[in-house]
Write a protein of this length. Structure first.
Length: 155
């Protein structure tokens, strides 16, 4: 069964939806910034014009958030900065389906690989990305001031 996943650019009117998705993921928020929730102001900062921020929609309903750079100025690679599914919807294959759609888009654009950063303590994310073929290559300091394990996947 193919899921009807679509990506829609985040608009200012979507901030409540984005906040609901992000704040449903308290374990991730605690790992990322030590607090269970993100404020509207923090989310507005996170929705930088330097990256693409998209709502992940399934049958018209927002189920997650995808953020990426077409090309990271530091290394020239496309980077997937965030793939987050609403916590109550995890384990249903939506994250894998959303990533598959994103990867297909990269392939159509002729990209050869994609990179991601994972918080070292985030074991579920490491398992998820490993199951999709990502391989660890380094630990680096991220723009948000924390160390991340960097992974890459050849497309």
């Amino acid at each position: 069964m193919r899921l009807n996943i679509r990506f829609v650019p985040v608009e200012p009117a979507d901030l409540d939806t984005v906040q609901d998705i992000v704040n449903s993921n308290t374990a991730y928020n605690l790992m990322e910034n030590g607090r269970p929730e993100r404020s509207r102001e923090e989310l507005l900062e996170q929705l930088s014009p330097d990256q693409h921020s998209l709502l992940i929609r399934l049958d018209g309903r927002a189920i997650g958030l995808l953020q990426y750079l077409d090309e990271n100025p530091k290394d020239g690679y496309p980077w997937l900065g965030l793939l987050m599914i609403h916590d109550r919807l995890k384990g249903k294959g939506y994250g894998k389906a959303a990533y598959a759609s994103y990867e297909q888009r990269l392939k159509q654009e002729g990209k050869q690989s994609v990179r991601i950063g994972v918080i070292p303590e985030n074991e579920p994310a490491k398992r998820f990305w490993g199951s999709l073929g990502f391989q660890y290559y380094a630990t680096k300091l991220a723009n948000i001031g924390i160390e991340v394990d960097c992974y890459e996947k050849a497309l």
